[in-house]
Design a protein around this ligand. Structure first.
Ligand SMILES: Cc1cc2nc3c(=O)[nH]c(=O)nc-3n(C[C@H](O)[C@H](O)[C@H](O)COP(=O)(O)OP(=O)(O)OC[C@H]3O[C@@H](n4cnc5c(N)ncnc54)[C@H](O)[C@@H]3O)c2cc1C
Length: 419
């Protein structure tokens, strides 16, 4: 079957790869000049099923109010009044109940755990390299109150059978020896030994190469401008370089997806939530982090990627604005330099911002739509790198009429019409 994939971020490229692997004739259309140059470019590098949790949770509205007032704030709302954003904020609020949280968490853990397994298999099959490490992640609590609050997360980890270790400061320093030099108070940590890390951009580029070897055609510098319907099916997509016809179409265009599906009468509650990262060359290998340390106070992830450190996080609701704000870099640096003093070449950091395509329930939209040959794979929010391989494999199975390995009905767009 001829399949066109719209978008060559980590989601589009993994989708194209798994479709080609089972014999489809795949074309990927991407407006940028290469794969992975938008949100998949410099994320925090965590492949973290253990940390797959919805943003919307009981108690979050109160916490959010506090975060908004902090000096190094993890949450900033600078443009809340657009209609899509207001509706999204309201829906997110509605998802903050215990019952919604349980449903959303279960979906995310299911997909994220499956995705890690698919990634591991892919690594075995292809030998793909991407500054990967399988050394777990460590969520670090600077205060006793944070440590106490982790009880509810631990209960959830137990419920889903996710291995974890609760550590005191000394044990945190054994896991991450660089922390021994930190002057800050560390009340303890929660280690998730099965989590992994790696550079999403290197992975996306390498997998695009492997997909090309399987016959996938990439059309870069080509923007999709419209989808054309004929008898309740998409007949072709119109691009800046002419029309492209296929039997099936997958929208995996990240933040461009909503605008595309709206053209054929569909909608999905996906809005951009901006995040920032800094990538710094390591100057002191001995005291550098060995894996990911997640600083609970500032919601910042500090990840070792080869001889670099990636410091990523923050959530800013600012529409599609991608401008870099120096104050956000200061927050990232503050978190990093207080935990790992003098470890990086601070003056040589590459500062970046990206827009997470976020749903209000933090679960991506993966699956078929009311239009017979149109599929969606987007809305992965904070965890697109973690969930990419699983989402792609699942969608490839659906398109190929194969029975997927995991339950999928509640991941498609239809869930928004039934809630
Ligand atoms: C600061 C930050 C830290 C993060 N940390 C992590 C992490 O540690 N772990 C994790 O799992 N996730 C993380 N994420 C989330 C993750 O990066 C995203 O979920 C993921 O990259 C989304 O991938 P995507 O392919 O959907 O989107 P993108 O990478 O944005 O790809 C979409 C592509 O579609 C193209 N496109 C859009 N519209 C069109 C059009 N009309 N025509 C043609 N092409 C089009 C775009 O050019 C783009 O290349 C982080 C995100 C941020 C911002």
């Amino acid at each position: 079957m001829k399949v066109v994939v719209l978008g060559a971020g980590v989601i589009g490229v993994t989708t194209a790869y798994f479709l080609a692997k089972v014999g489809h004739e795949v074309t990927v259309i991407e407006s940028r000049e290469a794969p992975g140059l938008e949100t998949s470019y410099a994320n925090a590098g965590e492949i973290s099923p253990g940390y797959a949790s919805p943003w919307a949770a009981p108690g979050v509205p109160l916490k959010a109010a506090r975060w908004l007032l902090m000096r190094h704030a993890p949450l900033i709302i600078s443009r809340p009044f657009e209609r899509d954003t207001l509706t999204w904020l309201f829906s997110t609020l509605m998802n903050c109940t215990s019952s919604r949280y349980a449903i959303n968490k279960a979906r995310m853990v299911r997909l994220a755990s499956y995705s890690r397994d698919v990634l591991q298999q892919l690594r075995q099959d292809t030998g793909i390299r991407y500054d990967e490490r399988a050394l777990g992640t460590l969520q670090l609590f600077r205060t006793q109150a944070q440590l106490d609050a982790a009880e509810s997360d631990i209960a959830v980890l137990r419920e889903y059978g996710i291995p974890f270790e609760l550590l005191d400061r000394q044990a945190c320093e054994l896991a991450e020896p660089g922390l021994a030099r930190s002057p800050v108070e560390i009340a303890g940590g929660l280690r998730l030994p099965d989590d992994e890390t790696g550079d999403c951009f290197i992975f996306t580029q390498a997998l695009a190469g492997l997909a090309e070897a399987l016959g996938v055609q990439f059309r870069f510098n080509t923007r999709v401008e419209g989808l054309e319907l004929e008898e309740q099916a998409v007949r072709r997509v119109m691009t800046t370089h002419g029309a492209v016809v296929a039997d099936a179409f997958v929208v995996a265009a990240g933040n461009g997806s909503r605008q595309l599906v709206r053209q054929v009468g569909l909608d999905m509650p996906v809005v951009p939530v901006k995040g920032y990262s800094l990538t710094i060359p390591i100057r002191d290998l001995q005291h550098a982090p060995v894996s990911t340390v997640l600083d609970e106070t500032y919601k910042v992830a500090i990840t070792r990627l080869g001889d670099r450190i990636r410091i990523g996080g923050l959530a800013e609701i600012a529409g599609y604005d991608q401008s870099l704000k120096s104050g956000r870099a200061r927050t990232l640096l503050h978190s990093f330099s207080t935990l790992f003093p003098e470890v990086g070449h601070m003056g040589e950091g590459a500062f970046w911002s990206g827009l997470r395509p976020m749903t209000p329930d933090s679960t991506p939209v993966v699956g078929e739509t009311a239009i017979r040959n149109l599929y969606i794979n987007t809305g992965h929010g904070t965890l697109g790198w973690t969930m990419a391989c699983g989402s792609a494999r699942l969608l490839s199975d659906l398109i190929s009429d194969r029975q997927p390995d995991i339950a999928f009905a509640d991941l498609s767009l239809a869930r928004y019409s039934s809630t």
